[in-house]
Design a protein around this ligand. Structure first.
Ligand code: FAD
Length: 474
C-alpha cells in the first residue's frame, strides 16, 4: 500500500567528527557508537522496522537533554526519542540515521507523597519498577500493560498508553498531573505541578501526551496513583459467542459496579497460539471466547460475595459455560499471563500485522470475522483480543513471512471498515511510522492541518522523530 512507503530522507545534516566530540564532552561514556549496542536500538520490539543510526546518546538529566536538542537543532541533526522500545507502530526506532536519544538512564524517582498518592519521577523509570516501588508503599500505578518490564513511563505518556486498568482508572490524560518537557530548541518547559485542579489557561501538557516524541522530549512526569486494593480477584471465564460475551459484560458492570477493574477478552484462535507457541495451559474447557475479569476493592468478603453472585447469575443464564477464579497472587498472575502473553505468542507465529482499533462494542468482533472471511487462506491466522471494557480490539493477522500482497489486501480495507463505523484506527498504540498515512480515516483534514501547524511551531526544522505520526502529505 502506498501509505506504507518509507518517505525520502529529509535533508538533515549527518553526524560529523566535531559533533561526536561535542557529545562525548557532554556525555562522557554515554555517547555510544558501538554497532553491537546500536543494533538493538535500531530495531523495534516486533522486529518489523529497522533504522541505521550510528549514534546513541544516554543523558541522565534534563539539562543534558536540553543541551543535546539545542545543539541538534542548530546543526539540523534529527533525533529519535526512545524509551523502552516496546512501541508497536514503528515509532521508537529511527527510519534513517537519526540520533537515538535514550531515556534509560533517566530513572530516578524524584518524590512520592503518601497522602495524595502523587509520584514524580524521571521519564526513564521502567513501569514495573514504579509499580513495585508503589506497592511497597500501599499504592499502585494507574496503568498496567504486558510490556511493563521494559516500557518506561516517558514512553507510556508519549504514546498515551491505555492498557489493562484503563476501565477503572481512566486514561493518562486524566492521571498525569504534570510534565517536564524539552522542546526541539532545547527550551525546558516545566509543567511539573502536582495539582488535581488547575484551570489557568490552556492545558499544554495534553499536547505532549500521545504526541509520540514529535513535539518534545518528556523528561519527567508526575502522576496520580490509586491506593493498593486490599482484595483482588480474577475470574477466567468461557463464552460460546461474542453476543454472550457482551451480555456478560453488561451483567458484570451491573453486578460488580465499583469493584470491576478489568474486562479483557481473547478468542479461541489466540488460545490455540498460546498453547502451541508458549505451552500455556487453558485452565478451563475449550470455548469460542475467553474473558478475564478483575475486581479490586477494599473489603475481601464484600468483593467475594459480589463476585460469587455475579458468577452464579451468568452461569445460571448460560452466558458463561465454564470458569475459574483466583484470589491468591500466583494464580492471579497465571490467569493474567494468558491474556498478557498473546502479543508474545503472536510473534512466534510468523510475521504479524497488528491493528489496534476502537469500535462500538457490538461491532468489535464482526471486524475479526469479516477479515477472516475476506482474507481466506491468504493469511495464516486472524485473531482478536483486547480491552472489551474500553471498546478496543487488537486485530492481528499472521503470515509465514512478510507478505506485501497480504498487507495490500488488509490495508486500507481494515481502515475503511473502521471508518464506516466511526471507529479509531489507533485506539492506544499511536500512529508512529506504520499508520501515519492513515490518520485521515479517523481525523478530519482541518484537524490534521492544525496538528501540522502545531508541529511547525514547536519544531520548525522537523528534527524530532521525523517521518512519524503526521502524514507525508495532506
Ligand atoms: P518506546 O517504544 O521507546 O517509544 C514509543 C514512542 O514514544 C516513540 O514514538 C518514541 O519516540 C516516543 N517516546 C518514548 N519516550 C519518550 C519520551 N521520554 N519523550 C518523548 N517521546 C518519547 N500499549 C498500550 O497502550 N496498551 C497495552 O496494553 C499495551 N500492551 C503491550 C504489550 C506488549 C507485550 C508490548 C510489546 C507492547 C504493548 N503496548 C501496549 C505498546 C507499548 O508498550 C506502549 O506503547 C508503551 O507505552 C511504549 O513505551 P516505551 O517506553 O517502550 O516507548
Amino acid at each position: 500500500a502506498a501509505g506504507n512507503r518509507v518517505p525520502c530522507r529529509f535533508p538533515f545534516s549527518r553526524v560529523s567528527k566535531q559533533d561526536l566530540a561535542f557529545f562525548e564532552n557532554l556525555l562522557p561514556g554515554r555517547t555510544i557508537v558501538d554497532p553491537d549496542v546500536l543494533m538493538t536500538h535500531n530495531v523495534d520490539w516486533m522486529k518489523s522496522v529497522r533504522g541505521s543510526s550510528e549514534l546513541l546518546l544516554r543523558p541522565q538529566t534534563t539539562e543534558e537533554v536540553s543541551k543535546i536538542l539545542k545543539y541538534c537543532c542548530e546543526r539540523r541533526l534529527a533525533v529519535n526519542p526512545q524509551g523502552g522500545n516496546t512501541g508497536l507502530v514503528g515509532g521508537s526506532v529511527p527510519v534513517y540515521d537519526e540520533i537515538i536519544l535514550s531515556t534509560s538512564l533517566m530513572n530516578q524517582i524524584l518524590s512520592f507523597d503518601q497522602v495524595s498518592g502523587i509520584i514524580t519521577c524521571q521519564a526513564g523509570c521502567v513501569l514495573e519498577n514504579l509499580s513495585n516501588y508503589l506497592e511497597e508503599r500501599d499504592f499502585i500505578m494507574p496503568l498496567d500493560l504486558g510490556a511493563k518490564g521494559s516500557c518506561q513511563i516517558g514512553g507510556n505518556v508519549a504514546t498515551n498508553a491505555g492498557g489493562l486498568r484503563l476501565l477503572r482508572y481512566g486514561s493518562l490524560r486524566g492521571t498525569v498531573l504534570g510534565l517536564e518537557v524539552v522542546l526541539a530548541s532545547g527550551k525546558i518547559l516545566n509543567f511539573l505541578t502536582a495539582l488535581r485542579k488547575d484551570n489557568t489557561g490552556y492545558d499544554l501538557k495534553q499536547l505532549f501526551i500521545g504526541s509520540e516524541g514529535t513535539l518534545g522530549i518528556i523528561t519527567a512526569v508526575s502522576i496520580l496513583c490509586p491506593r493498593r486494593p486490599r482484595a483482588v480477584n480474577v475470574a477466567f471465564l468461557g463464552c460460546s459467542s461474542y453476543k454472550k460475551l457482551l451480555e456478560t459484560f453488561q451483567c458484570c458492570r451491573g453486578m460488580l459496579g465499583e469493584i470491576l477493574s478489568a474486562f479483557e477478552f481473547l478468542d479461541s484462535a489466540c488460545m490455540k497460539l498460546l498453547e502451541k507457541h508458549l505451552k500455556l495451559i487453558n485452565p478451563i474447557a475449550e470455548n469460542s471466547f475467553y474473558i478475564v475479569i478483575e475486581t479490586a476493592g477494599s473489603n475481601a468478603d464484600h468483593d467475594k460475595e459480589k463476585l460469587h453472585n455475579f458468577l452464579e447469575a451468568v452461569m445460571a443464564s448460560f452466558l458463561v459455560t465454564d470458569g475459574t477464579v483466583a484470589t491468591e497472587d500466583a494464580k492471579i498472575k497465571a490467569l493474567w499471563s494468558i491474556r498478557e502473553r498473546v502479543t508474545e505468542a503472536l510473534t512466534h507465529d510468523g510475521y504479524t500485522y497488528k491493528y489496534d482499533i476502537s469500535l462500538p462494542l457490538e461491532k468489535i468482533y464482526q471486524l475479526v470475522e469479516d477479515m477472516r472471511e475476506y482474507l481466506g487462506d491468504k493469511a495464516k491466522n486472524v485473531v482478536g483480543y483486547g480491552h472489551v471494557g474500553d471498546g478496543n480490539l487488537h486485530l492481528n493477522i499472521t503470515s509465514h513471512s512478510k507478505d506485501q500482497a497480504l498487507q495490500e489486501a488488509i490495508e486500507p480495507y481494515v481502515y475503511e471498515w473502521t471508518a464506516r463505523y466511526r471507529g479509531s484506527i489507533s485506539a492506544e498504540h499511536g500512529l508512529g511510522l506504520k499508520k501515519r498515512n492513515y490518520i485521515h480515516f479517523s481525523k478530519h483534514p482541518e484537524a490534521v492541518a492544525l496538528m501540522k501547524d502545531i508541529k511547525h511551531m514547536l519544531d520548525p526544522h522537523r528534527i524530532l522523530n521525523p517521518y512519524k505520526t503526521l502524514p507525508d502529505q495532506g
